[in-house]
Write a protein that binds this ligand. Structure first.
Ligand code: ASP
Ligand code: MG
Length: 403
């Protein structure tokens, strides 16, 4: 007998038919003799709809009330799923985040899980019940509802798997695994059998949008094996686990991120301390910087360019413009018509030439590179947004469609 955590995303619980399908998956797992804890997201686009509803009432609602609203979505799907399981004649109970022991930090809208008090979960499993838990939520030290950030139900599932020492954590979604590229855009994309945490983490942050990145970080930390699979096809999915040093994939995927903007500070004095001044200013305001490029000094000046999330561009520009004189910059320019395209692969560490191949693929499609950044398992380029689909196609073709 094993303990299996099964998480179902919004599309998997969209309507009555899908809920019945999920009830069928859950009860089949239970019938095989396993303990099952189910974590659910809100149905379909419920969370987005709630956000719209809020905006109709108040343009700037408090974060506390937003969490009060958003956490209701998961409550609906948990109750409905429990009813569907009940109808099939199985013992079941649904629990809200706080009932399931989710203690979180206080930051509404982006709360961190501090601990999961598993006593109630254990009690319910001892009664041989299937337990359905609302994802994406918990309670803070004031006893108020909090949510974990968009897509946070994955993280709820992994937190339960970690604290309950589950044998497996299955993440059911509408794609049947992790692919070498977005299969909706690249028909030749290949489903991976296995991917390491680190690779998945890069792909998750790069916008592959299969798993919430905090869930992967947590799975890595507690060594929880994840399986990403579809609730509709019921085929074997992709396993996310610790890197197997013997059979590292050279490249495991290509991802594109359009949620990015480039900012360049032109003509700052070529003296020590400039980068420190700029980036400490930004970090003090919680602005995350990604790719950084600094030109070599010429005639006593240099340029520093970097990327930020698109929705931070205005704030960053404002912050820097009030600072232009102190920095001694001649101008600050920005561009949000850019995309970041990256390849990820644990094998590139020990394989020279991967970057050259990527750049060749871009060159053959006449794609100009604005910035480059590399890590042990990732190479990213910043390019014109208009070129980005072509770039992903070319890179995918180069690494996966030729032998
Ligand atoms: N319902 C929440 C959202 O849409 C949480 C989740 O789906 O994981 O962001
Ligand atoms: Mg959702």
């Amino acid at each position: 007998m094993a303990l299996i955590v099964q998480k179902f995303g919004g599309s998997s619980v969209r309507d009555a038919e899908r809920l019945n399908n999920v009830a069928d998956i859950v009860t089949s797992t239970y019938k095989e003799g396993n303990d099952v804890i189910v974590v659910v997201s809100a149905q379909g686009d419920t969370t987005d709809d709630f956000i719209e509803k809020a905006a109709e009432i108040n343009e700037k609602p408090s974060k506390r009330e937003m969490d009060m609203l958003l956490s209701a979505g998961e409550q609906i799907s948990a109750a409905l799923l429990a009813m569907a399981i009940e109808r099939l004649g199985f013992p079941v109970v649904s629990l809200l985040g706080w009932q399931a022991g989710f203690d979180t930090s206080s930051d509404y809208g982006n709360a961190r899980i501090k601990k999961v008090d598993t006593s109630r979960l254990k009690k319910e499993l001892d009664k041989h019940r299937i337990v359905v838990v609302t994802g994406f939520q918990g309670v803070n030290r004031y006893g108020d509802m909090t949510t974990l950030g968009r897509g946070g139900s994955d993280t709820s599932a992994v937190a339960i798997a970690a604290t309950m020492h589950a044998d497996l954590c299955q993440i059911y979604t509408d794609v049947d695994g992790v692919y070498t590229a977005d299969p909706r855009k690249i028909p030749a994309a290949i489903k991976l059998d296995v991917i390491s945490y680190d690779e998945m983490l890069e792909l998750a942050t790069l916008g592959a949008q299969v798993l919430h990145n905090r869930s992967v970080e947590m799975a890595k930390k507690y060594n929880i094996e994840l399986e990403v699979l579809s609730s509709l096809t019921r085929r074997k999915g992709t396993i996310v686990r610790e890197d197997n040093k013997m059979e590292k994939m050279l490249i495991s995927g290509v991802a594109k991120d359009d949620n990015i903007a480039r900012i360049s500070i032109i003509g700052v004095p070529d003296k020590p301390g400039l980068a420190f001044k700029i980036f400490s200013k930004l970090s003090s305001k919680g602005i995350n910087v990604d790719i950084i490029l600094q030109s070599i000094g010429r005639n006593g000046t240099k340029d520093i360019s970097f990327t930020v999330e698109k929705n931070k561009m205005e704030e960053t520009l404002k912050l820097l413009s009030s600072y232009t004189e102190t920095l001694g910059a001649s101008s600050i320019v920005s561009d949000d018509n850019v995309s970041k395209v990256s390849i990820v692969g644990a094998g590139m560490e020990s394989h020279p030439g991967v970057a050259a191949e990527m750049f060749e693929a871009l060159f053959t499609r006449n794609v100009n590179i604005q910035m480059i950044s590399t890590s042990e398992i990732k190479i990213s380029v910043l390019i014109n947004k208009a070129d980005s689909e072509r770039a992903v196609e070319a890179i995918h073709e180069k690494f996966f469609e030729t032998l």
